[in-house]
Design a protein around this ligand. Structure first.
Ligand code: ADP
Ligand code: ZN
Length: 723
């Protein structure tokens, strides 16, 4: 077998198969060719340059603009036994010098360098003295002057090509758009490079977009319903809102932290670190957060406010589910979002052409939000990709959107806009349609209009939905200068004149009444997401070990193993090192270092499971991790009584000690035991048939102890009696 890439994939990284196109990129680079790689976030770009750097003689130089990403990758690589280092502003002179020395002596496989440092005469001189395996230019879209991440230093990277023409180069990006791609090739002198563009689909992410009604409650429902205790990001438009939402979540008992550019650098760093290291932290953030965050187990990304384009939406939601496990992207939006964003474009100081382009981008996202088609299909189409059929993993696929003939209500709404002089926003118009005698309506004399009170067939939420969809559909325009007043467009007239019928989507979360039952049903259908055959107690124990090992090694837990690997272990229960070798991500280096520690926990769990039934063993696992019975009950979706039954059985079998479970004094224990022993026909008489019923003991103790306590003590008594 002389398949070096495959061998490195397995032995170093612990993966069985290449992802689509990885192999061809790697082989092309190994043989000295240049490449331009466009793959979605989490598509597996890093391996494309890491493996060739390991295989080719010399050091692979990776240009990366993000310090956190460098540190993350180097941390992970070292855990796999790869000789990786970085050079950036966080190192002091001495540290930097020793890294440089290892570089020149060819003692590294990979060296990550910030672009500004790479371009210094000093570093170029070092490179000339060294052997270089390849240049990888990560986040290559940073050369694009139109993009949001433009970096001036990136423009100068084409000197690499001039100075080191024989060294292969690979540029990588997740930015899909065709214009940016051409710009990268041209600016980096990669016109002759092999271009590899993979599909952009992220099948494990579920997309849902819903009308904004009561955003805070909607948010809490979303988290409670399907993501309790999981890590997620909640994006908000403004710093103020970030603070408010983070505070509110904390108040409601969630582990939430704020992140925005206005916070002191130390606070930002500390919050980011907690997000990466701890379990189940919710980061409430502006878009200042996320670039270069490589956390694999982000289970959900929420947009409480709408981003400005499908590109931004896709990039931000793409931070969910890097580990490939099921994850969710959920957004709420309303008319006020469109208004805010249009206002931002308007006051941006950009040229007219650019403003028009930004407006088109925003409109495309509004279109995605209002679509009745499969969301994934619409997103991928935007990136020039055809997704065949329906994905089955977005809100419109899971619950097809109903449309209704809204021609008459639309006419009423449009005519109300017209009659009030095209000078008012949706809130006021809704009041007119519903015939509300507000102060404003009285003052303006709008109670006398023919459209006053003609809209009783819908409630306020229903009307808001109609106005929103009329804006999204281009029948009404939002006047930015006029504080969000609505104006008719030329497309409105055919509807008003009755020449065009209009179908609108039925909003699910809207307040059109009668939806409560349906919602309950939906909730039931979603159910718990734990897969069959998975053991949460054991998985928790393995996770805890991972955290402990990470802390000892001074790295992040996912550098050792990610959740995907942990779940695999908890499902397949490897018995020895060779079984362990089959776990995804368990390369030789990690196997040698950590394999035995993981096996120990698995063996202990198996021993328990043999002694007890699987379900009791599971409860005991969780109990040993320090979870209180109530928590175990919710975690497992069982009643608290069952949990105590499990614990009592474990006490009886001697797996747990009574003292571990109950926090009561020896004197009290004796007292309770006595209450059992003195029962007529009880153990005390020594005769046959032990009864030891709970109720008489409860009564004779005057109800001083709960049944759960009595049950545990009784189990202890039974254990003693059996000897
Ligand atoms: P990105 O394209 O965003 O740089 P990464 O290179 O970080 O993505 O890869 C995303 C995740 O997928 C990482 O956890 C990585 O280890 C994993 N991965 C990449 N290639 C493979 C593979 N062939 N088999 C299994 N996991 C892989
Ligand atoms: Zn779909």
């Amino acid at each position: 077998m002389n398949d070096r890439p495959q061998q490195v994939l397995k032995e170093v990284f612990g993966y069985k198969d290449f992802r689509p196109r990885q192999r061809e990129i790697i082989e092309h680079l190994v043989s000295g060719g240049d490449a331009l790689v466009v793959m979605p976030t989490a598509g597996g770009k890093s391996l494309c340059y890491q493996i060739p750097s390991i295989i080719r003689p010399g050091v692979g130089i990776v240009v990366s603009p993000l310090i956190s990403l460098m540190e993350d990758q180097v941390g992970a690589l070292r855990q796999s036994g790869v000789r990786a280092s970085y050079l950036n502003s966080t190192l002091n002179a001495g540290e930097a010098f020793s890294v440089e020395e290892r570089f020149v002596k060819n003692e590294l496989d990979l060296l990550y360098v910030a672009p500004e440092r790479l371009l210094t005469p000093r570093f170029i001189e070092l490179m000339e003295k060294s052997e270089i395996a390849l240049f990888a230019i990560d986040e290559a879209h940073c050369v694009s002057q139109w993009g949001h991440d433009f970096r001036r230093d990136y423009l100068e990277l084409n000197i690499l090509h001039e100075r080191f023409p024989e060294v292969p180069r690979v540029a990588l990006t997740a930015t899909a758009d065709e214009v940016t791609r051409r710009e990268i090739a041209q600016r980096l002198g990669l016109e002759g490079a092999k271009v590899v563009v993979t599909g952009f689909n992220r099948p494990n992410i579920r997309y849902s977009i819903t009308e904004k009604t009561k955003p805070r409650e909607q948010l809490i429902n979303f988290i409670e319903e399907s993501h309790r205790g999981e890590a997620g990001i909640v994006y908000c438009l403004t710093r103020k809102k970030v603070e408010a939402i983070a505070g509110w979540l904390v108040e409601k008992g969630f582990k939430a932290l704020p992140y925005h550019a206005g916070l002191p650098a130390e606070v930002r760093r500390a919050n980011q670190e907690r997000f990466l290291k701890e379990d189940g932290v919710i980061m409430v953030a502006t878009i200042a957060f996320g670039m270069g965050i490589d956390k694999p187990d982000v289970r959900f990304v929420v947009h409480l406010d709408m981003p400005k384009s499908i590109e931004a939406y896709y990039q931000e939601t793409g931070r969910a589910g890097r580990d490939g496990l099921p994850s969710e992207a959920w957004m709420t939006y309303g008319l006020q979002d469109i208004f805010m964003l249009k206002q931002m474009i308007d006051s941006s100081g950009l040229g007219e052409e650019r403003k028009a382009m930004e407006t088109r981008r925003l409109d495309a996202l509004v279109g995605l939000s209002e679509t009745t088609e499969c969301r994934r299909r619409v997103i991928l189409k935007y990136f020039g990709e055809t997704f065949p059929g329906k994905c089955g993993n977005c809100d419109t696929c899971i619950e097809p959107v109903e449309t209704w003939d809204a021609t008459v209500p639309a006419q009423k709404a449009l005519s109300c806009v017209y009659r009030t002089g095209q000078r008012f926003g949706a809130a006021h118009l809704v009041n007119v349609l519903l015939g509300k005698e507000t102060g404003r309506i009285k003052m303006l004399g709008h109670g006398r209009l023919t459209t006053f009170g003609i809209g009783m067939e819908l409630d306020a939420g229903g009307w808001r939905s109609v106005f929103r969809q009329l804006v999204a559909g281009g029948f009404l325009s939002l006047d930015i200068g006029g504080f969000g007043s609505l104006k008719l467009t030329k497309d409105a007239w055919p509807v008003l004149r009755g020449e065009k019928r209009l179908f609108l989507r039925e909003d699910k979360s809207g307040e059109r009444g009668d939806k409560v039952e349906e919602k309950k049903e939906r909730k039931g259908r979603r159910g718990r997401r734990t897969e069959k055959g998975e053991n949460t107690g054991l998985a928790e124990a393995l996770k805890r070990l991972t955290r402990g090992l990470a802390e000892a090694a001074g790295v992040l837990p996912h550098h050792i193993l990610d959740d995907f690997a942990i779940k695999e272990m908890a499902r397949y229960l490897p018995a020895d090192l060779s079984g362990m070798r089959r776990i995804t991500g368990m390369g030789e280096h990690k196997l040698e270092r950590y394999g035995e520690s993981f096996l120990e926990i698995i063996r202990e769990h198996k021993r328990l499971a043999e002694e007890l039934t699987e379900t009791i063993a599971e409860t005991v696992d969780l109990f040993r991790l320090g979870l209180v019975p109530e928590r175990i009950a919710t975690e497992r979706g069982l009643g608290e009584r069952s949990i105590y039954n499990h614990l009592a059985t474990a006490i009886e079998k001697g797996v747990l000690k009574l003292r571990d479970v109950l926090d009561i004094q020896d004197k009290e224990v004796l007292n309770i035991k006595n209450a059992f022993l003195v029962q007529p026909g009880g153990g005390g008489g020594g005769g046959g048939g032990w009864k030891m019923a709970l109720k008489p003991a409860y009564d004779s103790l005057g109800g001083a102890y709960t049944y759960e306590v009595l049950q545990c003590v009784r189990s202890d008594l039974l254990r003693e009696r059996r000897g």
